[in-house]
Design a protein around this ligand. Sequence first.
Ligand SMILES: Cc1cc2nc3c(=O)[nH]c(=O)nc-3n(C[C@H](O)[C@H](O)[C@H](O)COP(=O)(O)OP(=O)(O)OC[C@H]3O[C@@H](n4cnc5c(N)ncnc54)[C@H](O)[C@@H]3O)c2cc1C
Length: 291
Amino acid sequence: PIGCVQNPVTGREREWGVLSPAERAKRVAVVGGGPAGLEAARVAAARGHTVTLYERSSELGGAILIACRAPGWEAYRQSVDWLARQVAKLPIEVNLDTEATADLLLAEQFDTIVVATGARPRRPYLPGVDLPHTATVADVLAGRVSLGRRCVILDETGYTPGPKCADFLSLAGHQVEIVTRHYSLGEDIGTTVRAVLHERLLRRGVTITTLTAPIEIRADGVRVMHVLTGEQREIHADSVIFASGGVAQDALYHTLAALPNAPELHLIGDAVAPRHLRHAMVDGARVGRLL
Ligand SMILES: Cc1cc2nc3c(=O)[nH]c(=O)nc-3n(C[C@H](O)[C@H](O)[C@H](O)COP(=O)(O)OP(=O)(O)OC[C@H]3O[C@@H](n4cnc5c(N)ncnc54)[C@H](O)[C@@H]3O)c2cc1C
């Protein structure tokens, strides 16, 4: 099958090629201005619904605004920039710097609420996980933390965030080691991107340590264990960075769903389960057509 990360209709032309007008125009709230919420808002408004979008930060784009800060990933931003431009062209009321709460949404008496609230970074369950020299990949790419010279990245996902962070930090002059329990780094990354990322890391002297799992974060680094032999050792580091995926932010959805007279509700994107840009786009495109 073919597909396009930026255009969810590609490969689904028979199903989604024609955007049909809504049978009945509804008042729709979309909570979250990441790719899932933007695509849902765009499609719903294009079909004739009256859409109000809420984004708690001051900018549309969600986690993509952080993901695109890694070197070579700047083009990722184009997907959300395009969506934001389409949203601006359509009759969609956009409320930035606005945290949508259940009370706010219920007071507006929407017919339908689409919850696209994304995920927050996950920290692993390890002793020492909250020590002051720890951070998540999102903290690092967003520039929210200052880091020491020696950085160790603990990659639990096998996807892009860990290697992207290693690339970002090595380019900034840090000495970087990235640790994975898998047989190789980035096992869930497509082969083309994976090879390019590997080459960049190796050329900049990043140490790639495989088959190794962290067991404790310490003030001077990480205690790790070889996953096959059980042999333990220390990796000395000034900063410890977690690439541990995300936790769905679905509390608003469940609060609304528990109400006896809840309006029509939909949960989409990383708020269902932390995944990737293409899943967020498909979720938004699907729900926009369902309403
Ligand atoms: C560091 C990092 C690197 C990544 N790298 C890649 C990659 O290389 N490739 C890839 O495909 N994917 C990558 N991703 C994942 C991708 O960014 C997400 O899958 C995608 O952004 C999910 O879209 P979303 O719209 O569901 O959620 P988000 O993009 O998280 O957007 C949710 C939005 O909802 C807003 N919000 C939350 N609660 C409220 C509320 N109550 N009221 C108003 N607004 C609210 C948030 O402020 C946010 O803007 C990466 C993610 C991170 C964090």
